[in-house]
Structure formats: C-alpha cells, structure tokens
Design a protein around this ligand. Structure first.
Ligand SMILES: *[C@@H]1O[C@H](CO)[C@@H](O)[C@H](O)[C@H]1NC(C)=O
Ligand SMILES: *[C@@H]1O[C@H](CO)[C@@H](O)[C@H](O)[C@H]1NC(C)=O
Length: 384
C-alpha cells in the first residue's frame, strides 16, 4: 500500500517536525554553537551532579531548581550548574545522570557525578556525613558498564539504541572532572591538618589512576577542574564553628588554613596533570583553575553586583542552629521553614555549600574561554 501525501497531511507533518525542531533547539539553550561536539562524560561531586544522587537517595527538595528548571532537578542549586552552562555553550542538551532512570538522554554523553562523592572511598554513608557511595572508582566502573552495554546494544540488530551514543564516539568525547572537595572535607572532619597534607599525594595518585584508566579505554581529551576555595564556603565560616577565631580568616572571611590545603591539593594536581601529559602522549589534558575563578568572585562580590559572599540564599544558619535549604527546624522554640531569599541572582552561596545559578554563570563564563586553563584553550578547543 502506498501513502498518498495529501496537502493537508503534508502540512501537518511539516508543522509537527518544525515544532520538534524548535523544542529541541530550546533544550539546547540560547548560545548554541554549531560545533560537532559528540559527547561529554563527567565525573564529580555536587558541583556537577545533574541528578545522580537524587535518583538513588532522597532527592533534592524545593526551592532547589526554582530559578531555572522550576523543579528541584536533582541539582543542589536554584538553577544551572557550571556544567549546564558548558553544555549550553557547546550546543548540547544538559547531561543526564547515569543513575537517572526517568527519560534520560545519553546521545551526547552521561554524567556520573554524585553529590557527596570523593576521589577515595570513605567508610561512611550518606545518612552519616552526606558521603556518596559513588566515589570516583565506582563512577569509572559505571562508565565502563555504560560503554560496554552501549557497544553491545549497537551490535544487536535491534531497536533500543535511542538515547545512546554511537560506540565510535567514545574516543572523540571530552572527559571532565570536578572532584576532590569532599576528600578535603572528609579530611577536615577526621584528620589533623598535617595528616591531610601527608595524605594528599595518595588522593592525587587515585585521581591519576582514573585518568590512566580512561585513556586505556580510548579517552583522549580531558578537562580537569581543580578544587575550589573550600574555606570560603559559608557552611564553614558562618556561625558553625564556635571556636572560629577572626585571626584564622583572611580579608574576605575565608578560613585561611583550609584554603591553603585546597591550594596544596591543586598544586599537586597540576603537577600530576603535567606528568600525565608525558605518560599519555596522545592525551590532551586541560587543567582548569576553578579555585581562582571562585575566589575572584568571592573577593570581588560587591564590585560584581553580588551581596556579601558570606550571605546564603537558602537555609538558615544562626542562633546556634542550622536548617538545610528546603527543610524545617526549631529555632528558639519556634518551628521555622528554611526557604530561599527574594533575589538569588544577587547571592553567591545558594545553601552555604553550593553556589547559586548566577554565581555558576559568572564562573562558567570566566573558565570557558580558557583564560584560567593550562594550556589556555577554550572548552570548544578542548575536544581534540
Ligand atoms: C535569633 O536570636 C536573636 C537574639 O536572641 C533574636 O532576636 C532573633 O529573632 C533570633 N532569630 C530567629 C530566627 O529566631
Ligand atoms: C574570558 O572571559 C572573561 C569573562 O567574560 C573575560 O574577562 C576575559 O577577558 C576573557 N579572556 C579571554 C582570553 O578571552
């Protein structure tokens, strides 16, 4: 039987394909480049978790997501993360979390990051100290499985490939990392500062093993964020450390010795990335100085149109109490709900640990053109 395309049917078909086209364009975001970017595979913690931990543990609650997704979206933020702005810039859809089982789209990669993740496994759980069981080594195991199953499905003469990348695109993808902050945080909880310092080389070795593992399976382009100024997080500086002495703070209210440890971690990370370039001759490794971007923002907050960097938008900290963003608690005998501030775009810290969308946007704009990268190449150029 033949199809006869009547003018009416033809019009309907054209109209509906046009609608699909424009909705997929909308999903790709406003500043889409016509790049031939095949995929991003991301490994990390809450700084780049687009819904992984929320898929398997208690999900993020409102008002997370209120600014952009109008849904908590599994991100610890009012809106988009740095990785979302990167995806928009490259003209890609936002990365789906590998663990998300509700309509994920992996055609342009997958996100293995989970909130609370560390490079090294910690013998702790989510319900004790908000440590994710999906540490970097587990995230790599998940990537290996994702790749193996994708290749397997492509070999089958079956449908069921929708939403999956093509196997030959794994070697053309960009492999991104933003992890390490929670290793330092666990250190501050469990060790003395000299012990943490002595331990940093071991953490860096585990990180390098991860890069080598991916290289061994064909990955070539790497984009590696260093760790941010952990001592500036209001979680650490505002009303939580009863013995926090002003002398421990720098001129921007950040805990000096914690930032010094983050800087030492970053120095060793950068040195190791330089060594990896020699060990992995076909790899292109871009080291991105997120620390400097975040510290620039915090130290110039007022000048850049933000409120004081110690303010938080969502959650309550004070009167000897802390209530997490979106939860309720008791303050001075009164039940209180910790919601968000009227204008999140003016605040740097969303919930005392995570940055607001507007802070993430500022940071992303600064790092994407390569001005804080070694070598100084943009995100688009980082795909070989
Ligand atoms: C915190 O304590 C101060 C002084 O006791 C009080 O004025 C203020 O209302 C308290 N804040 C809340 C949210 O209860
Ligand atoms: C990169 O972007 C930032 C922020 O927009 C800008 O200040 C900087 O001059 C740019 N650097 C380069 C090398 O283009």
């Amino acid at each position: 039987m033949k199809w006869l395309l009547t003018p009416l049917l033809l019009t309907l078909l054209l109209a509906s394909s046009g609608a699909q086209e424009s909705s997929s364009r909308r999903r790709r975001g406003p500043s889409a480049l016509s790049s031939n970017v095949p995929a991003i595979y991301n490994f990390g913690d809450s700084n780049s978790d687009t819904g992984g931990l929320s898929a398997v543990f208690p999900p993020t609650v409102p008002p997370n997501g209120e600014t952009f997704f109008h849904n908590p979206s599994g991100r610890a933020c009012d809106g988009r993360l740095i990785i979302d702005f990167i995806a928009e810039h490259l003209g890609m859809p936002y990365l789906s979390a590998y663990l998300n089982s509700i309509k994920p789209n992996f055609e342009h990669g997958a996100n293995f990051a989970t909130r609370g993740a560390t490079i090294r496994q910690q013998n702790e759980g989510w319900f004790q100290n908000y440590v994710s069981p999906f540490s970097l080594d587990i995230q790599l195991t998940q990537f290996d499985e994702f790749k193996a199953q994708t290749s397997f499905l492509y070999k089958q003469e079956q449908t069921g490939r929708d939403g999956l990348p093509k196997p030959e695109e794994f070697s053309k993808a960009l492999y991104m990392f933003d992890i390490g902050q929670n290793d330092l945080d666990a250190g501050f909880r469990k060790m003395s500062h000299p012990q943490i310092l002595a331990d940093i080389p071991n953490i860096i070795t585990l990180f390098a093993n991860a890069v080598q593992h991916l290289y061994g399976s064909g990955a070539r382009a790497f984009w590696i964020h260093n760790t941010g100024p952990i001592g500036c997080l209001p979680m650490k500086t505002v009303d939580t450390e009863p013995n926090l002495k002003p002398a421990l703070l720098d001129e921007h209210g950040c805990i000096k010795n914690q930032n010094d440890i983050a800087k030492e971690f970053n120095k060793q990370l950068k040195d190791r990335v330089i060594k990896l370039r020699a060990e992995l001759p076909q790899a292109a490794l871009t080291y991105v100085d997120i620390y400097t971007a975040k510290y620039k923002l915090i130290s110039n907050a007022r000048h850049l149109g933000f409120e004081d960097a110690s303010n938080i938008c969502c959650g309550f900290r004070g009167n000897g109490t802390k209530i997490w963003c979106g939860y309720s608690g008791n303050v001075n005998g009164r039940e209180m709900h910790a919601g968000s501030c009227p204008n999140p775009s003016k605040v740097i810290s969303w919930d005392s640990v995570h940055y607001t969308e507007s802070a993430n946007h500022w940071i992303a704009s600064l790092i994407m053109n390569g001005s804080l990268s070694d070598p100084p190449i943009s995100i688009a150029q980082a795909f070989q």
